[in-house]
Design a binder for this molecule. Structure first.
Ligand SMILES: Cc1cc2nc3c(=O)[nH]c(=O)nc-3n(C[C@H](O)[C@H](O)[C@H](O)COP(=O)(O)OP(=O)(O)OC[C@H]3O[C@@H](n4cnc5c(N)ncnc54)[C@H](O)[C@@H]3O)c2cc1C
Length: 446
């Protein structure tokens, strides 16, 4: 069979290379470390985890747990290596990072059809997969940018939290667009945003909590000069007690229909997905630690019981605006056999990155064999992530992690959250298994 190239020996690239090799292809895996380093990796091992040592929950009633269960059906080598390197961490799949990376490296090096080349790639191979991650080297980032005809891969990624619609208190928030303006033809006639109105006392208390909250201090290289557009909300708050009221929390043009008055301050939620299940806290990009995000942002009127589907973060990140630039199976639009995978495609997190590597490997193998690429249905977590990267609004596209808001509704109302998620997971796993049987030659682990 022909030789294929995978660029980037991280989580996605290692998974993709393995999937291709297991399907009989000769694979050249290009990894630039240790010839050229990244600002976060410390070793020359494949699949090095740059930060936390957890792949998150193993429970299928958790979105990350469900995604992992789907990946196991498809035979993920990264999860097998993670299982072998597991350390006790409650219901989370946490690993000894050295044992884990060594385990992946050994498996890949021992595979008779994979050869690993230590060099910086600067071109886009076809047939091939680019999986160079959030710290893609500058030379390759330039090539990708020029090939896609885009101005930049986003470099500083300012992410605001997303909450589930059903957890927002409709007795407190009200719908409205600022000054009643709306440009989209079929938008909700009441206004596109959900507005959380603050009294003066609520605003002052919120500000105090925000300023005092514990922040995440990341890697040294991560200490960036923020663009005004992605300034963390807590940094804005520290600039002065009125700064937020003149920034993302300005109350003007948003009259609360219940009081007939402007509130002292307003936090706005903007719809994130077409189904209206996920709502983004506009302008609330943040470096607060996760428990602090839960504590402080639940002080926002209407969000006391907020369920966070994604937490805010700010870090260096190269990613492609996939809905605006790539095909549905995440290839160049004019070359379906030049695929992208991992965090570079706009998914966020270890598990999500690995999962896209897995599917890219399956699809490239199919196309080399003369078949069409396939994507699992959106009732699966993996299929729903791909749908997001296909259908999200390119003007606001931001990296996305696995979460239940991405999945199609069940079509029945189940009040108990855990029971509902278990039902969604049952449906997802049945759909993934049916999809695997129909489409995937090599797969399920015993
Ligand atoms: C500082 C930081 C902290 C993070 N913390 C977490 C966390 O705690 N939990 C979490 O789930 N996610 C975290 N992430 C996101 C995390 O990076 C991704 O989830 C995951 O590692 C991405 O997998 P990947 O395979 O896409 O990229 P990576 O795992 O980064 O792999 C990409 C590989 O490509 C190589 N490469 C780059 N350019 C080239 C080139 N031109 N030629 C050849 N090789 C190249 C790199 O050396 C690297 O080995 C973090 C990201 C960063 C930057």
């Amino acid at each position: 069979m022909s030789e294929v190239h995978v660029v980037g020996g991280g989580l996605a690239g290692s998974e993709a290379a393995w999937q291709l090799a297991e399907r009989g292809h000769g694979v050249v895996l290009h990894e630039m470390r240790p010839v050229r380093g990244t600002p976060a990796h410390k070793t020359d091992r494949l699949a090095e985890l740059v930060c936390s040592n957890t792949f998150k929950s193993t429970e299928v009633s958790n979105a990350h747990g469900l995604l992992k269960a789907e990946m196991r059906l498809l035979g993920s080598i990264i999860l097998q290596a993670a299982d072998d390197a597991r350390v006790a961490a409650g219901s989370a799949l946490a690993v000894d990072r050295d044992v884990f990376a060594a385990g992946v490296t050994e498996r890949i090096l021992a595979h008779p059809r994979i050869s690993v080349v230590r060099e910086e790639a600067t071109t886009i191979p076809s047939p091939g997969i680019i999986a160079t991650g959030p710290l893609t080297s500058d030379a390759l980032a330039t090539t990708i940018r020029e090939r896609l005809g885009i101005e930049s891969l986003a470099f500083y990624d300012a992410i605001a939290p997303i909450v589930s619609r059903e957890s927002v208190d409709d007795g407190v928030v009200f719908r409205a667009s600022r000054y009643g303006k709306e440009t989209m033809a079929d938008a909700d006639s009441e206004g596109a945003y959900l507005n959380c109105p603050f009294t003066r006392d609520e605003y002052e208390a919120f500000l105090d909590a925000l300023i005092a909250a514990d922040q995440y201090h990341g890697h040294e290289f991560d200490e960036v000069a923020y663009f005004e557009g992605c300034m963390p909300v807590e940094v804005m708050a520290q600039r002065g007690r009125e700064t937020l009221r003149f920034g993302p929390m300005k109350p003007v043009g948003l009259r609360d229909p219940r009081t007939g008055r402007d509130a002292w301050a307003i936090a706005q939620l903007r719809q994130e997905d077409r189904g209206g299940r996920m709502w983004n806290l506009v302008g609330f990009q943040t470096r607060l630690r996760i428990p602090e995000q839960q504590r402080v942002f639940r002080m926002i009127p209407g969000l006391a019981d907020a369920e966070f589907l994604r937490y805010g973060s700010i870090h260096r990140n190269s990613y492609i605006n996939s809905p605006g630039a790539l095909s549905p199976h995440l290839s160049l639009r004019d070359d379906p056999r030049a695929l992208f995978a991992g965090q570079l495609t706009g998914v966020e997190g270890y598990t999500e990155s690995t999962a896209t590597g897995l599917l890219a490997g399956i699809n490239l193998s199919r196309m080399i064999g003369g078949e069409q690429p396939v994507i699992p249905p959106p009732t699966t977590m993996l299929g729903a992530l791909y749908r997001y990267m296909r259908e999200a609004d390119p003007r606001h596209f931001q990296p996305m992690n696995a979460n239940f808001g991405l999945l199609d509704d069940l079509g029945e109302r189940i009040r108990d959250k855990k029971a509902k998620r278990e039902k969604l997971a049952e449906r997802s796993l049945a759909a993934m298994e049916a999809w695997r049987v129909a489409n995937v030659m090599v797969g399920a682990t015993p």
